[in-house]
Design a protein around this ligand. Structure first.
Ligand SMILES: Cc1cc2nc3c(=O)[nH]c(=O)nc-3n(C[C@H](O)[C@H](O)[C@H](O)COP(=O)(O)O)c2cc1C
Length: 205
């Protein structure tokens, strides 16, 4: 198996899966990945107990986190992945607190690269993708999430530029139009095939 044949890692930052617009988006994306011949591993922060980063700085010396919780599952998955999709709702113009806690805890990867000089190597170029959904329609609705994702990807050794797709005016799963969900499924297919950046372009917040 080459790295590009390895499963896409989906990180769901929403705090719940039932009656969730972001989870529905991820389910349709997953369907597209499978239709495109890919594999996908899904991790939702909703299913895990994740403490916030304490900012203790121990990882700057060790590259490891002192907190013992479900974050180990995310560390192992991120280490194994060369393609990651982040799926998130917008909460107060950013990712939900639990999702942001997970991102903050990725600081161990930042420490390994920027404090300990351990550059990550990948057999195939790593690539991220971000999809977000919010209830309102503000022009800057997704700007903080894009910036947060940019530095999240940088901290794990991924490119700072990534395809991005945001959906506005989706307050509940009922607000998804069949056309939009079909589009999301198409993005899953394209990401599995490695053609997504051609259809969506690259963003960096
Ligand atoms: C705590 C909280 C904060 C929110 N803040 C925003 C916001 O700043 N902008 C916005 O457009 N929608 C906001 N929303 C609405 C959600 O983005 C929207 O309902 C989304 O579809 C929820 O996705 P979910 O069902 O996966 O949680 C907020 C919702 C919650 C619960």
């Amino acid at each position: 198996m080459t790295v590009n044949d390895s499963p896409i890692l989906a990180l769901h930052l929403g705090p719940r899966r039932d009656d969730s617009s972001s989870w529905l988006m991820l389910e349709r994306f997953q369907k597209g990945v499978l239709a495109g011949g890919g594999q996908i591993k899904v991790l939702s922060v909703a299913d895990h107990v994740i403490e916030g980063c304490r900012g203790c700085g121990v990882c700057y010396q060790t590259g490891l986190c002192v907190i013992e919780d479900d974050m180990t599952v995310f560390y192992e998955a991120v280490e194994a992945a060369s393609r990651i999709v982040v799926v998130t709702p917008v909460y107060f113009y950013g990712p939900p607190a639990l999702g942001k806690a997970m991102i903050d805890r990725l600081q161990v990867f930042w420490s390994r690269i920027y404090k300990l000089g351990e550059r990550r190597t990948f057999e195939a170029p790593p690539q991220g993708f971000v999809m977000a959904v919010g209830a309102t329609k503000g022009q800057d609705l997704f700007t903080p999430i894009k910036l947060c994702a940019k530095y999240m990807f940088d901290s794990i050794g991924f490119p700072r530029k990534f395809p991005f797709k945001g959906y506005r005016r989706v307050e509940t799963p009922k607000d998804w139009s069949p056309e939009w969900l079909a589009e999301v499924e198409g993005y899953g297919r394209d990401f599995a095939k490695g053609t997504l950046s051609q259809s969506l372009g690259l963003d960096e917040g």
